[in-house]
Design a protein around this ligand. Structure first.
Ligand code: NDP
Length: 333
């Protein structure tokens, strides 16, 4: 591939996240731009084609997606589909010779994650998870305060990410299409935060499912999960995720003080405080930073900070949390 200074991104799946966050973000990115669309909806493709002046040959359906291999304007394929389609489209994108960004969770289970990793390796393309919070300055400050032990070694974490999902996206409560409930959608951020604040991997988990208050809606996936992640030296992270309430807390207690974000996991409006006062941080558009960083990694041939291994690791922990909740017992990692 010739060396470019700006890379073309094709979005696969024009749902709420792609249209509400990624398309607007691609209007302000420096190292990449919107170059293609893959969708089952002609109407949506036409709307965005007209708005952003995209070429006819850069619009694809799911059936003719593999033709993207012949399109030199598209360097990166960003998979923004329901979870059950992630692995298939990441693998097809890699086989088409395109670099890939995949929304979380990487796939439906660890086996599928490994299949994606193998396809990426064989195709020799670059891969990034769509983990936007690694590019958010408030979350980056939590990483710094925790890993640098600014308030002493972190002893305890409280990580709550829940959202009342209503009925807007029915695939999220459908096991076949989502793979799981709030744990794979929101709880994954708590898992991430525990690791990036401590800078360590958990050694065990202990989980239980929250009581089901809406059995009609939550007949296939869990309504909520409450779990503890255990780290070495007695450090614990108490975590909770639910689809029937709203919570958005990331709090760490060190031996000499505390630091927290509330809200913590949102796209904007994050607020940070510490035991010594408020965090004074300028917010950024997380998704623009995330996509720019990956494009820069490709252009400059450097490593992304959100590689496929991180997506696999998180799925391994998710599977351990489910196994613990089902068994009612602690699971070692
Ligand atoms: P939506 O339901 O809003 O969009 C999914 C899109 O996928 C649909 O609009 C449709 O697009 C396409 N699609 C193709 N086949 C199907 C199918 N069988 N059922 C449903 N949709 C289908 O979901 P979101 O945009 O909220 O989520 C998409 C992905 O993004 C998920 O993996 C989610 O985890 C992730 N996400 C990440 C966020 C983050 O903060 N990083 C936030 C929100 C979501 P079309 O009509 O164009 O074919």
């Amino acid at each position: 591939m010739e060396k470019k200074n700006k890379l073309g991104v094709a979005l696969v799946g024009l749902g709420k996240y792609a249209t509400g966050e990624l398309i607007p973000s691609l209007q302000i990115t420096q190292n990449c731009y919107l170059a293609g669309l893959v969708s089952g909806s002609e109407e949506k493709k036409l709307k965005y084609q007209q708005e952003f002046g995209l070429k006819d040959e850069s619009l694809y359906s799911y059936d003719d997606f593999d033709r993207i291999a012949d399109n030199p304007d598209i360097d990166i394929v960003y998979v923004v589909l329901p979870n059950f389609m992630h692995a298939e489209y990441c693998i097809r994108a890699a086989r088409a010779g395109k670099h890939v960004i995949c929304e979380k969770p990487l796939a439906m289970n660890v086996d599928e994650c490994y299949r994606v990793a193998e396809a990426v390796r064989q195709a020799n393309v670059r891969f990034s998870m769509g983990y936007r919070l690694h590019f958010d300055p408030f979350n980056q400050e939590m990483m710094r305060l925790g890993q640098k032990e600014v308030f002493g070694p972190v002893k305890k974490l409280e990580l709550l990410d829940s959202m009342d999902i209503g009925t807007e996206t029915p695939w999220r409560v459908d096991r076949e299409r989502a793979g799981g409930g709030p744990l794979v959608n929101n709880g994954i951020y708590c898992i991430q935060a525990a690791i990036y604040i401590t800078g360590k991997l958990p050694v065990a988990v202990e989980a239980r499912f929250a009581p089901v208050t809406n059995p009609d809606r939550f007949s296939e996936v869990e309504e909520g999960v409450i779990w503890t992640m255990f780290f070495e030296d007695g450090v614990t992270a108490h975590c909770e995720t639910s689809y029937s309430k709203n919570q958005n807390l990331m709090r760490a207690e060190g031996s000499e003080g505390w630091f927290e974000l509330n809200p913590a996991y949102e796209y904007k409006g994050l607020v940070g405080r510490t035991s010594s006062g408020a965090m004074d941080i300028e917010p950024v558009k997380q998704q623009a930073r995330q996509m720019d960083d990956f494009a820069r990694c490709i252009i400059e041939n450097t490593e992304t900070r959100v590689p496929i291994e991180m997506g696999i690791r998180d799925m391994q922990i998710i599977e351990a949390v489910y196994a613990s909740a089902r068994a009612g017992d602690r699971v070692e990692l």
